[in-house]
Design a protein around this ligand. Structure first.
Ligand code: DGJ
Length: 347
């Protein structure tokens, strides 16, 4: 006991020697200060370096016990000739480590200065051992008619989750126009691309090919003009959510259910009080966490700030879900234990 106390005192006396400068102490303190023990919807969300996470319109891939969050990288000072997809890694969904730009590329199809790369989503193909990224590729000339007409998905692959991804091609899935995309991996491992199709006023659920490099077949066309499409399979029922087509402006997101992915799908209902316009957020994914005690489903949405995109925020909240009902509770700080699957609100 006395020996232990002596050792501790010695360690304290030795600290200035172990830490070479006050700068290091400050650094240690600031990195301690950056440990996140909760998710605070709508606030700045610092990564391990204290920078606001840049993974807008994102998606999640889980490999082992690591979650990878990919999204549109819109930090200040980026070279405007390029579009960037970021990759972050986490083991607890609260603390995220920036792994760098997973994809960085110039206009691949001569779409013009304001070309668009949005909503990147990454799948892992266990047969080819490739990470396969899908993204919305488009042309957009600000304020001009005839923009946003390319309407294709781009595909890039990598051998590593953090990239670098190599861009392969773009195409119109099933020959249809495709803008906002979403990803869904069913419990049997089958991977699907969700894509919004304006001419048919609906969104498609399409199965990916064996190598994930293309879209193999249509599973369902949900005849509802929705974007930001996301699906989760929870206790024997499929839940699909999406937002209305109001550009960057928030609107009341809606959900429908079906016992089979191919439908029939129920009517769409509000996921939150409509006057809150989904608390200012737009859906991008529903993340299912299967824990030892319970299964939680997290709504992942973007609170866009179109004029200051680098400052766009995130609304992540555990959903109230089950028996055909889905509800996004009023946002407030919360925590998750990914091992048990339990979500709680901090006091
Ligand atoms: C809504 C989409 O969901 C976003 O990803 C983005 O494309 C904006 N529209 C552009 O107005």
């Amino acid at each position: 006991m006395i020996l232990k106390l002596f050792k501790r005192l010695m360690f304290l006396f030795m600290l200035p020697v172990i830490l070479p400068s006050t700068g290091s102490i400050a650094q240690t303190q600031s990195s301690i200060a950056q440990i996140q023990n909760k998710i605070v919807p709508g606030e700045l969300w610092p990564d391990q370096n204290g920078n606001h996470i840049q993974a807008h319109g994102g998606g999640i891939l889980k490999m082992g016990n690591t979650y990878y969050w990919y999204g549109e990288e819109r930090r200040k000072g980026l070279d405007s000739n390029y579009r960037y997809v970021s990759c972050y890694a986490s083991k607890d969904l609260m603390n995220w480590q920036f792994k760098g730009d997973a994809l960085k590329m110039t206009d691949p199809h001569q779409l013009g200065k304001n070309w668009v790369l949005e909503r990147p989503k990454v799948f892992y193909n266990s047969k080819t051992k490739k990470y396969v990224m899908y993204m919305h590729i488009d042309g957009q000339v600000k304020g001009m008619e005839g923009n946003y007409k390319y309407a294709q998905v781009g595909v890039a692959t990598s051998d590593n989750p953090a990239g670098p991804f190599q861009y392969l091609k773009s195409f119109r899935p099933l020959g249809q126009e495709s803008r906002d995309i979403g990803q869904f991996v069913d419990d049997d491992g089958s991977a699907y691309l969700i894509f919004e199709d304006r001419p048919v006023k609906g969104f498609h659920i399409a199965k990916l090919s064996d190598d994930y490099l293309t879209v193999e077949k249509e599973v369902c066309l949900i005849k509802a003009p929705l974007e930001g499409g996301a699906i989760v399979h929870y206790k024997g029922l499929y839940y699909a959510i999406g937002s209305a087509l109001t550009g960057w402006q928030a609107n009341p997101n809606k959900y429908a259910t079906a016992t089979s992915l191919s439908g029939p799908w129920s009517e769409f209902k509000d996921i939150a009080p409509p006057e809150t316009k989904t608390y200012g957020a737009q859906s991008t994914l529903m993340l299912k966490i299967v824990g030892s005690k319970t299964t939680s489903v997290i709504f992942m949405g973007d609170i866009w700030r179109p004029k200051t995109q680098w400052d766009s925020r995130y609304l992540w909240m555990p959903l109230e879900i089950g028996d055909g009902k889905l509800w996004l509770p009023e946002p407030k700080p919360w925590t998750i234990n990914v091992k048990t699957g339990e979500c709680t609100s901090p006091i």
